[in-house]
Design a protein around this ligand. Structure first.
Ligand code: MAN
Length: 572
């Protein structure tokens, strides 16, 4: 305790010596108001030399001459505003002509000029020039520029608001107009649609009738062709030309070899003759032909180059000869005429396929080759059924080669065409109106700011180029990034929303951009600041794939200058 008291007294004595040699206890600062060094004018009244000094924190009351005695008495440092004695004290720079400020009292007399008026350095260690007036001048110039910017920017802002308001108004008026137009058109459109439907019924019926007639004609022609084939087959099979086909005559045609054993047995031949030994023309056409027409092969002549059958058995070709003598028989024993080479007869083509299957069966030694011949006969019939199906599919294009419509149908088509055209004309307008209504509604649902001030940014894009990338901002649409060396654009995000901060119109959020390898989907926060033009002035990536753009625009010059820094004007 005693040692402490001695130290305190000694300390005070030395400080007094130190202080008295360098400064006055009270500094006359700012002309009129006397107050201890380092005290702001606003706090001068708290330092009354006619009373003891109560520490601001109430921790103790000290004699007034202990204020600024370079010894820290108050825990909050309030007794040493002008010295560095208290570690937590602060020194007030008056900085007349510029902006006053507090500095930590540890900087007092540390040999570095902290206050622009130099008042923090009074020990004589350094001499500080007072450059507050110069700083004040610069500051005022900057403020002036800012003021001008804000005034001009605000003017533009107001114009933006007016533009946006007008655009919105116009859209709303247009919406009302076209909604009415659409309504008016509705009745006409409905009537024309009904007329169209009405005209299309007889048209479609007549077309169907025409098609049905054509189909019937086609099938008649087909039957006729079949008859011709059938007659030719009869003539061919009736090799002795006695108007009767016997089972022996059938046996010369190996295609009737149901069990593929190399010969047509009596039973096999008779089976085709409806279990009889012979048939006349009428039985052949009614009962035999339907069963054999897909199996029967027309005769062909062996070409000179074709070798004889080595087993001595007469070949089919040898048996029948090439009737037309043109030597165009194919290896399956089929006649190929010039036309057929280009467009093979689908029926014959199908028969070939069936033959091929049989051949394969033989090669593989399939058990089927041993199936009793009656079953094979049924199989053959089945195969024919399949072929008929296939032929049916090939005939699907019913209108192929169909003759033109008759006059009555043409007239109905013309009436329906007119009704369609009339409806389409109105319907096109109706659909256009609908499209425009949707577009206007989409526009009206956009948040263009409190006063529609962001309308002017809506349909434009802005670019910013840094060392590596060209960044693009299209407000209400998207943000992209493109490597300057080339390549495709990377989506950094699509228009999402306004920020969720205090003033939501200070930042735009673009989200759900291209996904980032090992990271989130790319996104952008666009910070907006007041400027006289619309310009993207910065782009950075503070976190991987999270981008921050800086965009200046008059659309955010909402406030006038005086509202911005009123306290500065008071001080100055
Ligand atoms: C690309 C750019 C970068 C991003 C990386 C992430 O190079 O989009 O901005 O950081 O991909 O892999």
């Amino acid at each position: 305790m005693l040692a402490h008291a001695v130290f305190v007294l000694l300390g005070r004595k030395m400080n007094w010596l130190y202080l008295s040699s360098f400064c006055l206890y009270f500094a006359v600062i700012g002309g009129e108001v006397k107050r201890p060094r380092g005290v702001a004018i606003s706090k001068a009244s708290l330092y009354d030399p006619s009373h003891d000094f109560p520490c601001f924190d109430g921790s103790s009351v000290i004699p007034f001459d202990h204020v600024n005695d370079d010894y820290c008495d108050c825990a909050d440092g309030s007794d040493e505003p002008g010295t560095s004695a208290c570690p937590n004290g602060s020194f007030h720079c008056t900085n007349a002509g510029y902006i006053p400020k507090y500095i930590p009292s540890s900087r007092v007399n540390d040999g570095i000029c902290d206050c622009c008026d130099g008042t923090d350095e009074y020990s004589g260690k350094v001499t500080c020039a007072n450059y507050c007036l110069e700083l004040g001048r610069q500051h005022r110039e900057e403020q002036e520029k800012k003021r001008a910017l804000l005034i001009e920017g605000h003017q533009l802002y107001k114009e933006y608001c007016i533009n946006g308001q007008e655009a919105r108004q116009k859209k709303m008026e247009r919406l009302e107009e076209i909604q009415k137009e659409k309504e008016d058109l509705e009745d006409r459109r409905n009537a024309l649609e009904a007329a169209k439907v009405e005209a299309e019924i007889p048209e479609s019926e007549a077309k169907q009738r025409h098609l049905d007639t054509w189909k019937a004609e086609k099938s008649r022609r087909k039957e006729e062709a079949d008859m011709v084939k059938m007659a030719a087959a009869f003539e061919d099979l009736d090799s002795d030309k006695n108007e009767i086909i016997t089972y022996q005559e059938l046996q010369t045609h190996l295609e009737f070899d149901i069990d593929s054993n190399g010969e047509v047995s009596d039973e096999e031949a008779k089976e085709y003759l409806e279990e009889g030994s012979e048939v006349d023309f009428s039985t052949f056409s009614a009962k035999v032909w339907p069963h054999i027409k897909d199996i029967y092969k027309q005769p062909v002549t062996k070409t000179e180059s074709q070798p004889d059958e080595s087993n001595g058995q007469k070949s089919h070709e040898e048996e029948h000869g090439d009737e037309d003598g043109d030597g165009t028989g194919d290896e399956n024993g089929e006649e190929i005429d010039d036309d057929e080479e280009e467009t093979p007869n689908p029926e014959e083509y199908d028969v070939d396929e069936g033959d091929q299957e049989d051949d394969n069966d033989d090669e593989e030694g399939d058990d089927e080759s041993h199936t009793p011949w009656k079953e094979r006969f049924i199989d053959a019939k089945q195969a024919r059924g399949d072929n008929e199906d296939r032929n049916h599919n090939e005939d699907d294009d019913d209108t192929k080669d169909m003759p033109e419509y008759n006059e009555e149908t043409k007239a109905l088509i013309e009436v329906a065409d007119k009704a369609r055209a009339a409806f389409n004309e109105v319907n096109d307008v109706y659909k256009e109106l609908e499209k425009e209504i949707n577009a206007i509604n989409a526009f009206l649902s956009l948040d263009l700011g409190e006063n529609n001030e962001f309308y002017s940014l809506k349909d434009s894009c802005y670019e910013y180029v840094d060392r590596e990338y060209t960044y693009k901002l299209c407000p209400y649409n998207k943000c992209t990034q493109r490597d300057k060396r080339g390549g495709v654009e990377t989506s950094l995000g699509n228009w999402g929303k306004w920020s969720e901060e205090k003033n939501k119109y200070d930042a735009m959020i673009f989200e759900k951009g291209q996904s980032c390898w090992n990271g989130p989907d790319r996104s952008v926060k666009v910070l907006l600041q007041c400027g006289l033009s619309n310009e993207l002035i910065g782009a950075s990536e503070p976190n991987k794939c999270e981008y921050e753009f800086k965009f200046q625009t008059p659309a955010v010059c909402r406030t006038l200058p005086l509202e911005i820094q009123p306290e500065l004007h008071d001080e100055l």
